[in-house]
Design a protein. Structure first.
Length: 226
C-alpha cells in the first residue's frame, strides 16, 4: 500500500498513533468479497493484483465467514414522515432473506460463520441504513420494524438468551420516553444454537453464567429495548 500510494498516504502524528493504539477490541475490514490474490495486475484500484475465487486445488473460497456489514437503504426514506419510516417493510423483507440464507449457509453448506453484523444499528446519514430512526435535530431514537425483527431473530437463533426485550409499542408522535412502552418476554427457555444441525439447548443452570458477548453488544446498541 505504501508503495502504491506514495505521497498520497496520510501521515499520523505520534499523538494520533497513541490515541488509536489499543482503542479497539478487534479490526474488521469490509472487503465485500474474498479473493485469492497474487502480484501481476495493472489496475491500481484493484491493488495491482490478479485475483480469483478458486483455490489451486479447484475448490472455491467461502467456508468461513465474519459478516461485518449487511444492510439495506430504503428509497427516499429520509424524506418520509417518521410514522412511515418506522414501518420499514422493505428492510424487514431484506433481512428476512439474508438471515434465511445465512442459516442455510451454516446448516446446508457447512460454512463456519463466526459473526453477523447488520448495518446499521442507527441512522447516520441522509441515506438511512439504520434499523433505528434518528431525529438528527433532537437525537431521539425510534426503533423501526427491522430492529424488532433482528432482535427476535438473534433471540431465536443464538445459543445464549439475550438480555433485551422486544419493543411492543412506541409512541412515534412524541419524544417523551415516558410514553414509550415495552412488553417483557416472560419466557426463560434457552434459545436454539446457531450451529449446524441445531443441537439441543443447554440446561437452565447454564443461563446463570455471564451474558454472551452478543448479548452485551445488543444491550449497547439497542438500549431502547430494555
Amino acid at each position: 500500500m505504501r508503495e502504491v500510494l506514495g505521497d498520497r498516504q496520510p501521515q499520523f502524528t505520534t499523538e494520533e498513533l497513541a490515541i488509536v493504539k489499543g482503542s479497539s477490541d478487534f479490526y474488521g475490514m469490509n472487503t465485500y468479497t474474498t479473493n485469492l490474490a497474487r502480484a501481476g495486475g495493472d489496475d491500481e484500484f484493484q491493488g495491482n493484483v490478479d485475483y480469483t475465487f478458486t483455490r489451486p486445488d479447484g475448490t472455491q473460497l467461502g467456508t468461513q465467514g465474519l459478516v461485518t456489514e449487511n444492510g439495506f437503504a430504503v428509497k427516499d426514506e429520509n424524506d418520509m414522515p417518521i410514522e412511515e419510516v418506522v414501518v420499514d417493510t422493505d428492510r424487514v423483507k431484506y433481512f428476512t432473506g439474508t438471515t434465511k440464507n445465512l442459516l442455510a449457509a451454516i446448516n446446508e453448506d457447512g460454512v463456519d460463520v463466526r459473526s453477523y453484523f447488520p448495518w446499521s444499528a442507527a441512522d447516520g446519514y441522509l441515506t438511512r441504513f439504520g434499523v433505528t430512526y434518528v431525529d438528527y435535530e433532537t437525537q431521539k431514537r425510534y426503533p423501526k420494524a427491522s430492529a424488532n425483527f433482528l432482535i427476535q431473530w438473534f433471540k431465536d437463533n443464538h445459543e445464549q438468551p439475550l438480555a433485551v426485550l422486544p419493543v411492543s409499542a412506541v409512541d412515534h408522535a412524541s419524544s417523551n420516553n415516558s410514553e414509550t412502552s415495552t412488553k417483557a418476554d416472560p419466557s426463560t427457555a434457552d434459545m436454539p444454537v446457531l450451529k449446524k444441525d441445531n443441537p439441543p439447548t443447554r440446561s437452565s443452570a447454564t443461563k446463570a453464567k455471564k451474558p454472551s458477548l452478543l448479548s452485551r453488544i445488543i444491550d449497547a446498541v439497542f438500549p431502547f429495548c430494555k
